[in-house]
Write a protein that binds this ligand. Structure first.
Ligand SMILES: C[S@@+](CC[C@H](N)C(=O)[O-])C[C@H]1O[C@@H](n2cnc3c(N)ncnc32)[C@H](O)[C@@H]1O
Length: 220
């Protein structure tokens, strides 16, 4: 499918799937959305500990990179797993402007390493931050009670309804430890009901600019 790099409302770039008119991040602001949904509503629940994070849709690596910028402030040790079936190309990566927009040019090598590191191998990106990129489909995830936090960042239910089902949320539920959280930008009633059916406790939280609500699910 044809993909194109576009500029979002906060000046940061994202990728758009032309046929679907669907973006990797909010058109209102890619960085703004990533901070609101995954850092403020997810990572901020934790401090002073080791944390296993699973990202559903590694994509451009923006969520992983922001987590890398933020984790030390919370005294965390991160083991980050990003699952992705269709990695972005080098040509697309070169057009992104996250280092500049996040004023993190000093982290250029870390960002590049996140992308150049081999798939299916744990790599130390920085002290206390390891990354495992797994190239596979979400439905192939078979982890059991491994993760403390899931960044659920699949394309929307409008274009990939099969990723917002009881079946997929059951896989997430199984992969999470008791007390773990899953955060997502989505707020649809059908998504919330699928989460409830699996056994999650679900909260509606204020969404990022341009979106009224988002969801956070907890495995009791
Ligand atoms: C909304 S984008 C993720 C954005 C990403 N978190 C970022 O910060 O750039 C959704 C991602 O899921 C991937 N994807 C779509 N369907 C998939 C599937 N069934 N299994 C694994 N990855 C999939 C896409 O290639 C895309 O990278």
């Amino acid at each position: 499918m044809k993909r194109e790099v576009i500029t979002t409302g906060d000046g940061s770039k994202t990728i758009q799937i032309m046929d679907w008119q669907e973006q990797y991040h909010s058109k209102h602001g890619a960085i703004q959305e990533a901070y609101h949904v995954f850092i403020k509503s997810g990572l901020d629940l934790f401090k002073d500990r080791e944390l296993q994070i699973l990202e559903i849709g590694f994509g451009t690596g923006l969520n992983a990179f922001i987590t890398l910028i933020e984790f030390e402030k919370r005294n965390l040790q991160i083991k980050y797993t990003g699952v992705e079936a269709y990695p972005v190309s080098n040509e697309e990566l070169e057009q992104l402007n996250y280092l500049e927009e996040l004023k993190s040019l000093s982290r250029k090598e870390d960002f590049n390493l996140m992308h150049s590191s081999p798939w299916n191998k744990v790599v130390e990106i920085s002290p206390n931050f390891s990354l495992l990129k797994e190239q596979k489909f979400f439905k192939e995830i078979d982890a059991v009670a491994e993760y403390d936090l899931i960044y659920f960042d699949a394309f929307g239910a409008r274009v990939q309804p099969e990723l917002w089902t009881v079946e997929i949320f059951q896989i997430m539920f199984n992969a999470m430890k008791n007390g773990a959280y899953l955060v997502t930008y989505a707020a649809k009633g059908s998504v919330r009901r699928a989460m409830l059916e699996v056994g999650f406790l679900v909260e509606r939280l204020p969404g990022p600019p341009g979106k009224r609500e988002m969801l956070r699910a907890k495995k009791q």
